[in-house]
Structures are given as C-alpha cells and as structure tokens.
Design a protein. Structure first.
Length: 102
C-alpha cells in the first residue's frame, strides 16, 4: 500500500527540528464517514511513483490526491480496540478485530 505524504528530512545523524512528516488525507464521504471524518489517500503503484517523482508539479500532485485515491470499497474495515488510539500502545494485537457484544 502506498500512502500519499509529504516529508522534509535532512541528512546526518543529528536530529533536525525542521524534519517532519505529514500524511495526506481526504474527506471520508465515500463510505467511511461512520468510522472517521478523514481517510488516508492510498495510491496505486503507478500513481505513487508519479507522486514521489521530483518532476511532478504541484498541480499534478493535487490532482493525484483528489482523483487517483483508491476507493474505500477496495478495503476491508473492522472495529479495533480503543488501545489503537494511544501511541504508547504497541504490538500486533492492536490490529486484531474487536469482539463487540450486540
């Protein structure tokens, strides 16, 4: 899976306060609104290659994010435990489906 993102990373071993990363998201109006109001922009390999190409213009990058995002129907969604929302929690158990009572 390829997620659209922007990053600035400086060379060297020392931390740089200007280093950073941001995931590109879109509205969840295509089937995810009951889960979250935003969704990550997930790209097909050919669009991901174009996204990271330094020759890609800002206008084309915006078009890729708007029009080339993989649709939500291509994914399987399931509820997970609330532990997922805390960055201190780690481990494979976090991606196991929650068992909820009906």
């Amino acid at each position: 899976m390829f997620f659209a993102a922007l990053a600035e990373v400086h060379y060297g071993l020392e931390p740089n306060p200007q280093d950073g990363y941001v995931s590109i998201t879109a509205d969840s109006d295509q089937g995810m609104v009951d889960i979250h109001d935003r969704r990550p922009v997930v790209l097909r390999p050919e669009h991901a290659r174009e996204w990271v190409d330094p020759e890609t213009t800002r206008e084309r990058a915006a078009e890729i994010a708007r029009e080339c995002c993989r649709p939500t129907e291509e994914f399987t969604w399931f509820e997970v435990a609330k532990d997922v929302g805390n960055v201190r929690n780690q481990g494979p158990h976090l991606i196991e489906p929650s068992i909820t009572s009906s």
